[in-house]
Design a protein around this ligand. Structure first.
Ligand code: CA
Length: 222
């Protein structure tokens, strides 16, 4: 899952980015509304965290402009003060949810999970393909009931493949949803990570769940 954070307060922005990366999300950061709008238009984000008071273009305007262009990314508005007016304005502008600063990181994570859940499988807390299971809350992954230890990047990649199970995902799609903007498209890092996953998920199993689709990408299917 790839998230765009548009926030000009460096301390808060760094705190959010670091925390989300630790949870396995790919995170891009914009420090003003103009750059945020540009990134939101050029990349396909699973979620946008949008501060209200921003240099160049304010958060409400960014939100309105994205919605006018039918940008489908869910938006959580970050408001500095607990003002009812700001929340209403934010929701009216097309935000899906809001969070008042200062907030506990756990609450931010819970809101993000709730939004991503709404976007994908409703109410699902687990993704299951064949005997492979991934718990979206605990991040526990098992195959045939046996727990598999994954790094946060491997987890994010597997989650993306499982959310798109049965569909071919290209390397471009993977890079856009699993890696951040610093991703170097000329490396074979995706293939390397797919191999890591295969070793952990499929090696020794009778049925191989991760398959290569030549010239196109990968597919995970049961
Ligand atoms: Ca601000």
């Amino acid at each position: 899952m790839r998230i765009l954070v548009i926030e000009d307060e460096k301390k808060i922005a760094d705190f959010i980015k670091r925390g989300l990366k630790e949870e396995g999300y790919a995170v891009d950061l914009a420090i003003d509304g103009e750059n945020g709008l540009f990134l939101a238009k050029t990349n396909d984000y699973d979620l946008i965290l949008l501060d209200l008071m921003l240099p160049k273009i304010d958060g409400i305007t960014v939100c309105k402009m994205l919605r006018e262009e039918k940008n489908p990314s869910p938006i959580i508005m970050l408001t500095a003060k607990d003002a009812l007016k700001d929340k209403v304005t934010g929701l009216d502008a097309g935000a899906d949810d809001y969070l008042t600063k200062p907030f506990a990181f756990e609450e931010l994570l819970a809101r993000i999970r709730a939004i991503l859940r709404k976007k994908g499988e409703r109410q699902a807390t687990k993704l299951e393909i064949d005997d492979l299971s991934l718990d979206l809350y605990t991040h526990k992954v098992t195959r045939s009931g046996k727990e598999i230890e994954l790094t946060s990047k491997e987890y994010t990649l597997l989650e993306y493949l499982m959310r798109n199970a049965g569909k071919v995902v290209t390397r471009t799609m993977i890079s856009e949803h699993v890696w951040d903007i610093d991703f170097d498209t000329f490396t074979n890092v995706i293939d390397v990570y797919i191999n890591y996953l295969r070793n952990k998920i499929d090696s020794g199993a009778k049925k191989k769940l991760i398959q290569t689709v030549r010239g196109r990408g990968y597919i995970l299917k049961g």
